[in-house]
Design a protein around this ligand. Structure first.
Ligand code: EPU
Length: 310
């Protein structure tokens, strides 16, 4: 905490917290956590080399927590405004702290097509930009026109047009440590009733096939390719119900680990390694993490060694 001035600490609500309290999986050790709400404090914050946190919906934190301060964007970055264009569509400017579900609801109601593909995805717009969050119906960068970011090593925000963001499946493609502040979405006109129907259907389908009411970090692994979804591979390898302590592979969807009560980060990481080994040994596929892993043992992501299937 001492790396910040007293004035900074006061303005930015700096506190010591277990990161378990800041993630949907509810595991992870301590850190200095702050709420960043004023760009005038950016230089001091960047001097402390922070990590950026949204709603922690796609994050696994190791048992010892992290040494760097962890910054969450405050209400000053939760804005959302719509500017209609001549064709019935609009540009939506949205801050990184805005909730994804609220953005989807706003656009659906306004008859603006695109974000409905994210119906049911938890988290902040900043998290969605960082991860290029998506579903089978589309990804975040499908409808982003430009993003406002602070690139690692820079001290000021810049706007990058979409074609300078090398987004791919589940990654913005920008360097690790990039801070996302806002985005402008360019959305065509759609039929509000039809968008509402679609988004409700997709939300319902997600709730029926994923353990959304339990504590998890969403899908643990990336799909190695669209024809080989990680959930199906894990299911076929008999992983549903595998358990280390209170960390359990969901019986609803095998690519989710759920915290059944008092799971800790060590249990979750140990289960992840078991799952990777099982799929590697029986199918020869080295599953890569989809969740962001902070200060977790290297075994959760280093390449699998040893024999694949005989
Ligand atoms: N499957 C199984 N067993 C399972 C889980 C899935 O056999 O336990 C089969 C399903 O029956 C289906 C196929 O695997 O035939 C794909 O499953 P699903 O439709 O559930 O989609 P997914 O590829 O597992 C992806 C995203 C999800 C997103 C859904 C819905 C990834 C890693 N996951 O899941 O995103 O919600 O599509 O669009 O790309 C996330 O990113 O955290 C996430 C949950």
């Amino acid at each position: 905490m001492s790396q910040f001035t007293a004035a900074f600490r006061l303005r930015n609500q700096v506190e010591e917290l277990p990161l378990a309290a800041c993630t949907t999986m509810r595991v992870g050790g301590p850190a200095t956590v702050l709420r960043f709400d004023d760009l005038d404090d950016l230089a001091e914050l960047l001097g402390a080399a922070p990590r950026w946190l949204g709603k922690g919906a796609n994050l696994l934190v190791g048992p010892d927590g992290v040494a760097e301060p962890v910054a969450r964007l405050g209400p000053a970055f939760a804005h959302c405004s719509i500017e209609p264009d001549r064709d019935g569509g609009a540009r939506v400017q949205v801050g990184a702290a805005h909730d994804i579900g609220r953005l989807v609801a706003t656009c659906v109601k306004a008859g603006l097509a695109g974000p409905e593909c994210l119906a049911g995805v938890p988290g902040t717009v900043g998290g969605a930009l960082c991860m290029n969050a998506g579903t089978a119906h589309g990804w975040t960068f499908d409808f982003v026109e430009r993003v406002q970011v602070v690139l690692p090593g820079d001290r000021r925000p810049v706007w990058l047009p979409r074609d300078e963001v090398p987004a791919v499946y589940r990654a913005s493609g920008l360097p690790p440590g990039t801070l996302f502040l806002a985005a402008v979405l360019h959305l065509p006109a759609g039929d509000a009733a039809e968008l509402k129907k679609l988004s409700s259907e997709w939300r319902r389908a997600k709730a029926a096939s994923q353990p959304l009411t339990e504590r998890s970090a969403g899908c643990i692994f990336k799909n190695p390719d669209p024809a080989q979804p990680a959930g199906r591979l894990l299911d076929e390898c008999g992983c549903k119900g595998l358990r280390v302590g209170d960390a359990e592979v969901s019986r609803v969807h095998a690519n989710f680990i759920v915290n059944r009560g008092a799971a800790d980060a060590e249990q979750v990481c140990s289960l992840i390694v078991q799952l990777r080994r099982r799929v590697y040994e029986s199918r020869g596929v080295d599953l890569a993490l989809e969740v962001q892993a902070w200060a977790c043992p290297p075994s959760v992501h280093e390449p699998m060694k040893g024999d694949g299937p005989a």
